[in-house]
Design a protein around this ligand. Structure first.
Ligand SMILES: [Zn+2]
Ligand SMILES: [Zn+2]
Length: 219
């Protein structure tokens, strides 16, 4: 089975792997695409995007795996998420993720809806997806994340149920920070089981990841 992961961290923020090691480990696990999406705020957005862009072009070519340069806007005040999304894109980020209101952390209230209204690419680990927010995410074509990450994954069942009810595009990511987090089939199956989804539902999420990559590349 092919795999794609569009949410990972390297030592550009709080991940422990270099981009090269992370990408190589993804390649070994049969991923055909991976996005580097380190945590950014006002202090480091330029450096992280520059570093990711350098790593992505070299690694895509040399390891024969699509590597996408992105960021995860993290703990940005909700009123500023729109401006920071635009700023990240202007600086060259191909994919903009927003660190959603996971129940595992005290993310500012209003982050989820601000991310959706900013038309970021992926709302990561939303924690609890409000029905009206799901509707708006579908209208604005913001992808909603299911995650393999312990803690953040506690919201998966509610998020998947609400997202499917509202025709949102769901994708599955790892939010990897270390070698044991890298995506594999077992992690995919665990999330599908948790959400009561059939095994072949992953092919639908994989298509959504492919669609997002196509969209990014055509911007
Ligand atoms: Zn992190
Ligand atoms: Zn993350």
């Amino acid at each position: 089975m092919e795999l794609i992961d569009l949410h990972t961290h390297t030592f550009f923020s709080d991940g422990i792997l270099s981009p090269a090691e992370l990408v190589y480990r993804c390649k070994v696990n049969d991923l055909k695409a991976v996005a580097l999406t380190d945590h950014v705020d006002y202090s480091n957005i330029e450096q992280v995007i520059n570093g990711a862009l350098k790593a992505c072009s070299e690694l895509t070519e040399r390891y024969d795996i699509e590597v996408v340069a992105g960021v995860e806007l993290t703990y940005i005040p909700p009123s500023d998420i729109g401006r920071m999304t635009e700023k990240a894109r202007k600086l060259g980020a191909e994919i903009v993720i927003v660190h959603g209101e996971t129940t595992a952390e005290n993310v500012p209230a209003g982050t989820n809806i601000s991310a959706i209204r900013a038309c970021c690419d992926i709302l990561a680990h939303p924690g609890f997806l409000e029905p009206l927010h799901a509707k708006e995410a579908a209208e604005r074509d913001v992808f909603i994340e299911l995650t393999t990450r312990p803690g953040h994954r506690d919201g998966n069942l509610q998020v998947s149920t609400e997202a499917i009810k509202n025709n949102c595009r769901l994708i599955l990511n790892t939010d990897s920070h270390s070698p044991q987090d890298v995506l594999d089939i077992q992690k995919v199956c665990a999330v599908l089981d948790q959400c009561g989804l059939e095994k072949d539902y992953y092919s639908k999420m994989l298509k959504n990841s492919e669609l997002l990559i196509e969209r990014i590349k055509s911007r």
